[in-house]
Design a protein around this ligand. Sequence first.
Ligand code: IMP
Ligand code: MG
Length: 179
Amino acid sequence: MQQNNITIRGEEFKPFLDEKSLSEILTGLAEKINGDYAGKEPVFLIVLNGAFMFAADFLRMIKMPCRVSFIKMASYSGKDTTGKVKELIGINEDLKDQHVIIVEDIVDTGITIEQLLHTVQEKEPASVKICTLFFKPDKFKKDYPIDYVGKSISNEFIIGYGLDLDGYVRNLPIIYQHV
Ligand code: IMP
Ligand code: MG
């Protein structure tokens, strides 16, 4: 584990999860999904931008035939939620009668996922499940299930491995947590 704290845009962050811990989390998620979807051909719907790095590593561990598509939403400004979600790139895949797995970096209040679920359900898929790398249970305000959770975490803001602060630091290879 890299030991040094870092300062990003005036805020201090400490190392939280290194490459090995992330790899173990992804392996666990992939094992579950490979089991649950054996014999099916799911469509993975990657939520940009935050899930890009997680999805790239995670999908390499997926064994069944599948399709991969992308959607881009935005709800955050800085470290606080705006409570509003914008759809910046819509779904152009035919999802009718398909098994859809939404791939998110983090589910926080659940507002983004709720809107996304609504958008996906309009396409009449056979099923929709949510796979998120991180989940903040104490901030979650909704009552639908989050089917696959890599790791449940406390409310502190985290960055790196796709997760940003004002668009920066998505490229950090490990996760840092706000101090
Ligand atoms: P929600 O709509 O409140 O569930 O927020 C979901 C989105 O907010 C995620 O897809 C992230 O883009 C962003 N987000 C929430 N918590 C964090 C965090 O701790 N670090 C970075 N981004 C976050
Ligand atoms: Mg996101």
